[in-house]
Design a protein. Structure first.
Length: 603
């Protein structure tokens, strides 16, 4: 990283700085992937001499995994190129970590530099297990990755996280999973692909389909780039990874190992997860859960066990890979669950459990006799040797033998905070911010008031943290719309989302007074959050101008001010005088703003 630091420090380097940065970027470009059964390719074209895109495909030193990275820093030329190289260097320093941890760590490392530059970056970062094609990835506001399957199917991977530099501090990145079968191709592009003539998102999925059939990926990407205009308005970068039809296996610095055929032939997976619930289920709730989950899992062909001890949950899910992962994603998406951790994700050749069952502590004979109930907490139970011989079974026995209090204390403070914030949202929906108290939140969270106060000393501090969490939950799922459909369409959808949960806007209004008080610490948190949102809207409008969605006469900064005045004012008005169709009202008013944007601003 020494050369990068020299480049940042040498503000007057001019052309020399550009030349040096080009040499850095050339060194960082993906090289040949030396892994049996896999090939990779890369192509790039810069709009301004130095690209603001970053791309990398690297095989781990042990030869068992490869990482694929593609990112796009806002802007073009040397400033964007510097930030791109810095972000890629931060990711390289965390190469041993899983994608979610690596992206979070890299974001922390570069956040100050990005904030000084008022910049953000979209990023796709994946780790591929070379033995069986299992892919774990994080998509931070990127949305330009696709898979071409050997059977002719294609799928585009949508983004669900915010870009680097816009994700609120303390919010975890969402790890996601896909599988690459023999002949499948994973291709990722920068958003410059949409600058090509007549390009749509289908351009990316069409490319993925073509790369499945081409003799070499390099030729396939070269042909695509040859069809693009020689001069492009935005940086265009492509990186692709293909699992070939031949045997795949780990590669070491000394050459390929003998392939582990048991990994390449598996169609089943065993996935073990743990979580904590925000509150305890009563007996009726447990029985409802047993009935619903047993029927659902039987339909999906899932076997395994769900064990609940106090608020601690341990699950083993066996079945087809994508079905298993979808079920665990549903667990992670449930707001009643916090700190969902995947502790094991193994290919298996046979199931350890004949069906799906559920276990919790009870001595009720009627419950003990229920179909699907397993009395795993019986102190006289003799574990099955066939089950304990598996890795998942051994973990289950550990969970069953560990007292609930120890399980809880092994968890970090973060799940407790999440539990408190979830309870605060529920209290605010019930009684509003004026009557919310630490005692009410503690009661809803099943904690003592002292424990809540340990994390959030005052009600204003708790409400500020709750607001940040709540806003992110509402906004994050729609963030990709800003890039794919435009800023106005994105804000229109947010107007609807806020109208569906008016308690959030009541909390925002109550936060305005602390935000206006220079001596109130909680007010500063609200201001930081609001400014970050406004900056995101400004950057989104700038992108709209670049892609021709909005006129070049529009000033993105002033446009953001005007749109947010409409966005905020309409929501506040809607609290007191609800509109039957608030989205249509926003759209009509925004269209009038857009008409004005077509005229030059007067100074």
């Amino acid at each position: 990283m020494g050369l990068l630091q020299d480049l940042y420090d040498d503000e007057d380097a001019g052309l020399d700085q550009t030349v040096r940065l080009r040499s850095v970027q050339a060194a960082l470009q993906p090289g040949r992937v030396a892994a049996r059964g896999w090939t990779a390719a890369y192509a790039s074209r810069a709009a301004a001499g130095v690209s603001g895109d970053l791309a990398e495909v690297v095989v781990a030193p042990d030869g068992r995994t490869a990482s694929l990275t593609l990112g796009d820093v806002m802007g073009k030329g040397t400033p964007a190129g510097l930030l791109a190289a810095n972000l890629l260097g931060a990711l390289d320093a965390l190469a041993r970590e899983n994608p979610a941890v690596a992206v979070e760590g890299a974001e922390s490392a570069v956040r100050a530099r990005f904030e000084r530059a008022s910049a953000f970056a979209t990023l796709f970062h994946a780790r591929v297990r070379l033995s069986d094609g299992a892919v774990e990835f994080v998509d931070a506001g990127h949305g330009f990755a696709a898979i071409g399957h050997a059977d002719g199917r294609t799928e585009r991977i949508a983004s669900v996280d915010l870009p680097i530099g816009l994700q609120p501090r303390g919010f975890a990145r969402l790890p996601r999973h896909v599988d690459l079968g023999p002949g499948d191709v994973l291709v990722c592009a920068s958003d410059g692909i949409l600058e090509l003539p007549d390009a749509t998102f289908d351009t990316l999925t069409d490319l993925a389909a073509r790369l499945v059939a081409v003799p070499t990926l390099t030729d396939g990407l070269a042909a695509f780039m040859a069809s693009a205009p020689e001069r492009v308005d935005d940086d265009l970068t492509l990186v692709a990874l293909r699992r070939d039809h031949g045997p795949a296996g780990p590669t070491t610095p000394n050459g390929p190992e003998r392939p582990r055929t048991e990994h390449t032939t598996m169609t089943l997976r065993s996935l073990v997860f743990t979580t904590a619930r925000t509150g305890r289920l009563d007996q009726a709730g447990l029985l409802r859960l047993l009935e619903l989950e047993r029927a659902r899992n039987a339909d999906l062909g899932i076997t395994g066990v769900l064990a609940l001890d106090d608020v601690n949950v341990f699950g083993i899910v066996e079945g087809p890979a994508e079905v298993v992962r979808d079920r665990v994603r549903e667990v992670a998406a449930d707001p009643a669950n916090v700190d969902v951790q995947i502790v094991l994700d193994d290919p298996i050749d046979r199931r350890a459990f004949p069906d799906w069952s559920m276990a919790f502590r009870t001595d009720d004979p009627a419950i003990l006799a229920l179909p699907g109930f397993a009395d795993l907490f019986d102190p006289e139970r003799v574990p099955s040797p066939a089950v304990t011989a598996t890795r998942s079974g051994a973990l289950l026995e550990w969970f069953l033998r560990t007292p609930p209090g120890q399980l809880s204390t092994r968890r970090s403070a973060a799940p407790v905070r999440e539990r408190i914030l979830e309870a605060a949202i529920e209290v605010l929906r019930d009684v509003g911010p004026a009557r919310a108290s630490l005692a009410a939140v503690a009661d809803r969270a099943g904690l003592s008031e002292d424990e809540v106060a340990k994390h959030y000393q005052t009600v204003p501090v708790l409400l500020a943290a709750t607001l940040a969490t709540w806003l992110d939950r509402v906004i994050a799922p729609f963030a990709p719309m800003a890039r794919t459909d435009g800023t106005v369409a994105y804000l229109r959808r947010l107007v609807v989302a806020f109208a569906e949960d008016p308690a959030l806007d009541r909390l925002i209004i109550s936060s305005l007074a602390p935000a206006a008080d220079p001596g109130e610490p909680a007010g500063e948190a609200f201001l930081v959050s609001y400014r970050a949102f406004r900056e995101g809207i400004r950057a989104s409008l700038e992108h709209d101008v670049e892609v021709g969605r909005e006129p070049r006469t529009m000033d993105p900064y002033k446009g953001a001010q005007q749109l947010l005045a409409l966005f905020d004012g309409l929501r506040i008005q809607n609290l007191f005088d609800p509109e039957p169709d608030v989205a249509a009202t926003f759209a009509r008013a925004a269209e009038r703003l857009r008409t004005g944007w077509s005229e030059p601003y007067s100074s």
